[in-house]
Write a protein that binds this ligand. Structure first.
Ligand SMILES: [Zn+2]
Length: 209
């Protein structure tokens, strides 16, 4: 699929503050777009999975909002869910409900991570793990860039960030950590580079304090 990086970047930049938009699964990929559930699950079953995952993170159920519509960017990226900072809500779009049940909790894990880790917490965790001042950005961010993005989605964010430092700081790091949270929920943390695992652990410790 031809991807218009600049267009995606502009969409993300406009919404960087409350992250009200971000793409997740390119249509046509195994986890995106099409309805691939094994069958037998009703919408209520899926909502229960999502609420149970929210409970596990102590995220209030009444802040989980289901939108009975799709959210598809002009590039064909279907947006499964977003965290809306201004209201503290996680918005679940129809595209998420088309995904396999075992992916739904991971979507919540990703969005809850946005809710609980602010940029300051993330920056301190990176400094702790990488061991250099955060102000020395070229070195720190360059090190993270070399690790690439953990999942195809966050790798895309790093590609977008290559020519735009502010974008890199605001989006790529945050999205990578949210993807680590998703993989952690899915018991796939072993797939994540140890440096990102350490940053994730350290940021969580700081959130818990
Ligand atoms: Zn995200």
């Amino acid at each position: 699929m031809q991807v218009d990086w600049n267009r995606i970047k502009n969409v993300l930049r406009q919404n960087a503050f409350d992250e009200s938009l971000h793409p997740r699964d390119p249509k046509g990929e195994s986890t995106g777009g099409q309805f691939t559930a094994k069958g037998g699950e009703t919408m209520d079953d899926k909502k229960k999975i999502i609420y149970d995952a929210a409970d596990r993170f102590n995220f209030p159920r009444d802040k989980v909002v289901f939108e009975d519509q799709r959210n598809v960017s002009g590039d064909g990226y279907e947006i499964a869910a977003v965290f809306r900072k201004s209201t503290g809500e996680i918005i679940i779009y129809k595209g998420a409900m088309d995904q396999e049940s075992d992916q739904l909790g991971g979507i919540i894990a990703h969005e809850v991570n946005h809710a609980k880790m602010d940029n300051g917490t993330i920056a301190m965790a990176i400094r702790e793990v990488i061991g250099e001042p955060v102000s020395d950005q070229d070195t720190v961010w360059g090190s993270l860039r070399r690790l690439d993005g953990v999942t195809p989605y966050s790798t895309m964010m790093w590609k977008l960030a290559d020519d735009d430092k502010s974008f890199r700081e605001n989006i790529a790091v945050r999205e990578t950590l949210a993807e680590v949270a998703r993989l952690n929920y899915l018991k796939r943390l072993n797939e994540v580079d140890p440096v990102w695992q350490d940053i994730f652990s350290e940021a969580n410790r700081r959130v818990m304090r």
